[in-house]
Structure formats: C-alpha cells, structure tokens
Design a protein around this ligand. Structure first.
Ligand code: ATP
Length: 340
C-alpha cells in the first residue's frame, strides 16, 4: 500500500529504524545524509531516496524540495544537535511532535520544574561548591553522551578539580544505583501511553571500575568517566513496571498543562537511576526517539505484549501517522507550525 506522504529524517542516530518502520507501514522513505553516510543509507532497500548535503547546516535550504515531495519529518536526537531551537520553529514542513516541548526540554531549570510537577524524584542540585555535603557529579552544559562529567567526593575535591572550569556546569547529587532508560510512546489518537522498551547504557570507564577490587584501586589515581559506548537491553522487575508507567503518565499530563493542550506526544525517554530502596531518580527527559531504541528494531518484550508483531519505536511512529491519515486526524500528530 502506498501512502501519499514520504517519511523523511536526517541520516544518523535512529534513521534506519525510523525509515524501516515507515517502509513497513507503507510509506515512501527519504534519508537526508552527508557525503560520508550516503552509501550506508543507499545500501538499504527500504530507503527509497537519499538527498546528500555537504553539511547538516544546509538542511534549512531544503524546505521547498521537502514540501514538494510531501514529506513528514520525524525528528531524532541529531535534530537537536544539528539544528537550533529557532530553526526548528521556523520549519513549516509537516513535523511529527510538538515543538513547544523543546523549550521545556532545552532549559535545565524548566525541565526540573516540569519533572518535579510530575512528582518525579530528582537528584539534589547544588548552587556552588561550598554547599556540597555529599558526593556529586559535575555536568557540563551541552556535553553529549556524558563527556567531561566529573565525580566529585566533597567540597575539597571540588575546589581542587572543578572550581577552575570555564564552561557552564551544574552540580548534582551523585545517585548510586542502576541507570535505566525507559522508552515510551504516547498516542494522541488513542490517549494511551505505552512502554516500548528499555535499555541501560554502557559507559567507560565507570562501568568497568567494578572489575578492579576497591583495595587495588587505592592510590591508582583513576576517576570515573561517563562516556557512552553502547546500550544493552534490560527487562525491569515486573513489580517496578507500575511506577515506570506512572512516571510516564504524569510527565505527559503535566506537559499538557505547560506546553499547550497537545503536550508531549510520540516517543520520549525518561533517564533514571534506580537506588537500592527501589526509588527511580530522574536524570533527564528526552522528548523524542532516543538511540537506545535501536536495540529493538525487531521489537522488545514490552512492545510484543501490545502488538504480537515486531514493533520498534520507529515503526510505532509511522503506525501513528498512518492511523492519523486513515482517520483524517493528521494534524493531531503534527506540530502546529506544519503546513500541509
Ligand atoms: P545524552 O545527552 O546522550 O543523554 P548527557 O550528556 O545528557 O547524555 P546524562 O544522560 O545526563 O548525559 O548523563 C550521562 C551519564 O552520567 C549517565 O548515564 C550516568 O551514568 C551519569 N550520571 C548523570 N547524572 C547522574 C547522577 N545524578 N548521579 C549519578 N550518575 C549520573
């Protein structure tokens, strides 16, 4: 079945998953790649066409072309990395998602307000080094994938290692527990929230310090770093799933109060650390498909419960757009700046 719209996305991050899902749901597909990745995207049969840019900064110059091809853009993590908030808002091509959420996501302060209103537990923030009364993590603004984050034991350690930093940073209580990233999908058509899958990240070197006994580490001058190397699948203890669902529900509910009635919809991820007393501490929210979902291109145990067929988050997005088209509700799943 061929649909009149083409699903398009930037050729990186989770583009393969998004385009495979779009193809499986009957859409034409377009990857917007650069010279280095062109061959990769052309090599897959489910990618119908590839537009090649010299740099992703040329993306805004493609608008007329994308309009004439009847494209619907599905944003992923690289969109927020390569395009500014302003450029996002200027785009008038059909865009899956609600851009009003971007302001609440981009500011650490607004994001904290949103998450606390949804009754999520957040690590304590410290305004400056002298307030530190427990181990903390110093997080550089705009760092990607945990690069440059520092584990700091106390005020003294802070003065020695972090006080001189030139970049902006936040100081956050260090939560000791298991990092769990929960991937959700909220459907504005059925008003239903689904847990699609979950992953934990594998970070170097913090995830390998446990391989060296603490006694042997003494005097080694090794400090943990948080650079993401990959993701692995996890299934959550079933008794903890109800709270995972509650957190997603409340995040969506509050978003409808703060970002206009459409609120947050489509794919999103709540990044948590679970402590031994089974509390979910929330580090961050990503308001779109995250790269950890790439583990589940063939579906996850959780998506199987709902679909009994392979259902990646990418495919779920295309299914939502398809259902919206079939019921004449396309505007419900697009940002209000979209010109059809
Ligand atoms: P991305 O943008 O790719 O999600 P990021 O740069 O925003 O990454 P975070 O996800 O905030 O980084 O954190 C990276 C890692 O740092 C986490 O996976 C976790 O291991 C560690 N970390 C972050 N905040 C805390 C915290 N409060 N306590 C303990 N560890 C933390």
């Amino acid at each position: 079945m061929n649909r009149p719209y083409t699903i398009a996305t930037l050729g990186s991050h989770s583009a393969l998953q998004i385009l495979k899902g779009a193809h499986d749901e009957g859409f034409k597909t377009l990857a917007i790649s650069n010279r280095e990745t062109e061959r990769l995207y052309r090599s897959f049969a489910f990618v119908d066409d590839v537009i090649v840019l010299n740099a992703y900064s040329e993306f805004m110059g493609l608008m007329d072309e994308l309009k004439s091809r009847k494209c619907i853009i599905v944003p992923h993590g690289s969109f927020v990395a390569y395009l500014s908030l302003d450029e996002h808002k200027k785009m008038t091509i059909p865009y899956f998602g609600n851009k009003a959420v971007l302001d609440w996501e981009a500011s650490r302060e607004l994001q904290r307000e949103w998450l606390s209103r949804a009754d999520l537990k957040l690590p304590r923030q410290f305004k400056n080094g002298s307030e530190i009364d427990r181990p903390v993590i110093v997080k550089l603004y705009g760092a990607q994938g945990g690069r440059g984050y520092m584990f700091i034991r106390d005020t003294h350690d802070f003065e020695a290692r972090a006080a001189h930093l030139k970049e902006a940073y936040t100081i956050q209580e260090y939560i000791i527990g298991v990092p769990l990233y929960i991937h959700y999908f909220y459907s504005p058509l059925s008003n239903k929230l689904e847990i699609m899958s979950m992953d934990r990240r594998y970070e170097t070197n913090v995830d390998s310090l446990g391989r060296i006994p603490a006694a042997a580490q003494e005097g080694m001058d090794v400090s943990p770093s948080y650079v993401v190397v990959g993701n692995s699948a996890v299934s959550l203890r079933e008794s903890m799933l109800a709270e995972a669902l509650r957190m997603g529900d409340d995040v969506v509910k509050v978003s409808q109060e703060i970002c206009g009635p459409k609120g947050l919809f489509g794919a999103f991820c709540i990044e948590t650390i679970i402590t031994p007393d089974i509390q979910f501490y929330v580090m961050e929210i990503s308001a779109r498909i995250v790269a950890g979902t790439n583990l589940f291109i063939d579906g996850s145990p959780y998506s199987y419960l709902n679909y009994s067929e392979p259902m990646s988050t990418g495919r779920r997005i295309a299914r939502e757009i398809k259902n919206a088209l079939l019921t004449n509700n396309l505007r419900l799943v697009l940002d209000d700046t979209s010109v059809l």
